[in-house]
Design a protein around this ligand. Sequence first.
Ligand SMILES: [Cu+2]
Length: 124
Amino acid sequence: MCDHIVGDDNVFRVGDNLVFNYDPSRHNVFKVNGTFFQRCTFPPQNEALSTGKDIIPLKTEETKWYVCGIADNCSARHMKFIITVLAESAPAPSLPPSSDAHSVVSSVFGVVMATMVAIAVIFA
Ligand SMILES: [Cu+2]
């Protein structure tokens, strides 16, 4: 499940939740900066998210970087994930018209983005 590379279209909105679904015995999640992201380096292990279902409320407009800190998952298996959080009122980016405008899914961590009202678990 972690062999997929995420595209550039991971656009979220302030007020959305980012949900990481993964097997905590095999993966974890670190929020890192852009440099760490590029190099696949991590903060101390005790800063990892490791519940297997981490829900991150997106409250500010920013770019966020996440990597898996287990073994060489990040460097060898591309378990890294970048998202862009836009202001709630920003013009809609070019999302596929057929899909739910609030669903941006990555299979890297089994990442699911959901609105405040519904968390849809979608696994690629
Ligand atoms: Cu991993």
